[in-house]
Design a binder for this molecule. Structure first.
Ligand code: 5GP
Ligand code: MG
Length: 455
């Protein structure tokens, strides 16, 4: 996934970009970076760091990042499996069309084919991230920047939101199905913001204008917006996992807050489970909180915080080794005996991926005296990996891919297991646009594009 921020025409663009990056930090904690364009010196400045924005981009880095336009990125490693600074974005390239900085969140899925084509023409690739492919394709075009970029984007398949800086010109581009989110905001004094989520726009002091459209290339230059399409827009297919898990609850998607979408998912699951008897509903914090609130309200069962989260650890999912992940869950979620002991519990989580978190939690709840644990997942079973920017693992690691519902119940040690139906998930997340136009490949195994691996 990852997150991107772009700032156009603000006196200290890098500082504002950093504020934006804090607001999309949940989208990636592996590395961070900002590139700014210094119009006085006519040069780009670039600073990148590992880990969180708070440690990777300090005051010293920001002081170097002069200029009124900037782009920034937080990275969550997806297909370019290597991590580390080498692949921290933004990237800057010197091309016939001038110096160009780029940052992209999401994933390009026809990377393998593109790599072959680029190499055949003498291209030398430096990163394991697919983001650089766009610039290579562009650089091989014998055209000015904007038409060259259009041609390059037209050859790319996948789910992405990209920000590009070329001199004092800021460009935003979104994949042709709108799989990954990307929004436009306005600053009070003629500046603009591009962001992966609306939450950042607000914090940066801007106001939300609109979403970048599928297949749109938006150029911001000389204080004006110029919108065009690099390809024929495809059918809208927003990633439904944005509302399930990825986006921040205060972000707005399809005119609806993500918090509200989650509460609606919880309510609908409570209706599906209307015969369930329990004393309390407890969420798996933080991601399950709104869903559990909706569930409790609809089921008229008291909502209790029976597990508290230690916020000083990274996300357990990010730790790559299974053994580390087990310990991480134990460290991260702490049971409250007085609340749990002797109770029949509905445990609510937003999604079931490997089953590691939930298995541990159900065990912990039982060790602390829970009588019954009904596990309520407010999204459909994830049966297939995502190729559009979410790091859901291969099929064999996905518990719902290898197990039937009965086997999942046993494997997790729950008294019962429930999933929200896909139809209910889409209704809950539909917002202004209604219950269609989603990418839900992870729930169906049906993909928008044919999938090939990068060579
Ligand atoms: P499991 O119990 O299957 O091991 O993990 C499910 C938990 O992982 C849920 O609480 C959900 O919020 C979280 N989760 C789902 N997708 C992702 C992801 O892409 N990254 C991270 N860090 N956590 C995820
Ligand atoms: Mg979670």
């Amino acid at each position: 996934m990852g997150g991107v921020i772009g700032v156009y025409n603000s006196p200290n663009a890098a500082v504002l970009t950093q504020i934006g990056l804090f607001s999309v930090q949940h989208r990636g904690q592996e590395s961070c970076g900002i590139a700014s364009y210094d119009e006085k010196e006519k040069t780009f400045n670039l600073r990148r760091g590992s880990g969180l924005v708070i440690s990777g981009l300090g005051a010293a880095a920001l002081a170097e990042l002069k200029g009124s336009c900037a782009i920034g990125h937080v990275r969550y490693p997806t297909s370019g499996a290597k991590s580390g600074l080498q692949d921290a974005q933004p990237f800057i390239f010197n091309t016939a069309q001038g110096d160009i900085a780029i940052a992209l969140s999401g994933n390009i899925i026809n990377g393998a084919a593109l790599v072959k084509q680029i190499r055949r023409r003498g291209g030398i690739l430096q990163h394991s991230s697919e983001t650089e492919l766009i610039i290579h394709l562009l650089a091989q075009e014998n055209k000015p920047l904007e038409p060259a970029l259009k041609d390059a984007l037209a050859r790319v398949e996948g789910g992405f939101g990209a920000v590009i800086l070329s001199g004092g010109r800021l460009i935003a581009a979104r994949d042709r199905h709108g799989i990954r989110p990307l929004v436009l905001g306005r600053l009070a004094d003629g500046g603009y913001i591009i962001s992966s989520e609306t939450s950042a726009v607000e914090v940066m002091g801007g106001s939300y204008v609109r979403d970048i459209k599928p297949a749109e290339m938006l150029v911001i230059e000389n204080g004006r917006l110029k919108s065009s399409f690099y390809a024929k827009p495809g059918k809208m297919q927003n990633c439904i996992f944005e509302q399930v898990y990825l986006s921040r609850p205060d972000s707005v998607i399809r005119g609806q807050s993500v918090a509200n979408a989650r509460m609606e998912m919880g309510k609908r699951l409570a209706r599906q489970m209307k015969d369930i008897k329990a004393d309390i509903v407890i969420p798996v914090p933080d991601s399950g909180i709104f869903a559990a609130m909706g569930f409790a309200e609809e089921a008229k069962i008291p909502f209790e915080i029976g597990l508290v989260r230690n916020h000083y650890l990274g996300r357990s999912f990010i730790k790559s080794a299974q053994s580390v992940r087990e310990t991480a869950v134990k460290l991260k979620l702490l049971p409250i005996d007085d609340i749990i002991n002797g109770k029949n519990i509905v445990l609510v989580d937003d999604s079931l991926v490997r089953g590691t978190t939930s298995r541990r939690l159900i065990k912990i709840l039982r060790e602390h005296g829970a009588r019954k644990v009904h596990f309520a997942v407010t999204s459909p079973p994830i049966i297939a990996p995502c190729f559009y920017g979410i790091n859901t693992p291969s099929g064999k690691e996905l518990i719902a891919c290898t197990h039937t519902r009965e086997q999942i119940k046993k494997a997790l040690g729950a008294d019962s297991v429930y999933f929200l139906t896909a139809a209910h998930a889409q209704e809950a997340c539909g917002g202004r646009e209604g219950a269609q136009g989603f990418c839900s490949s992870c729930f169906t195994g049906k993909y928008i594009y044919k999938i090939s691996k990068r060579g």
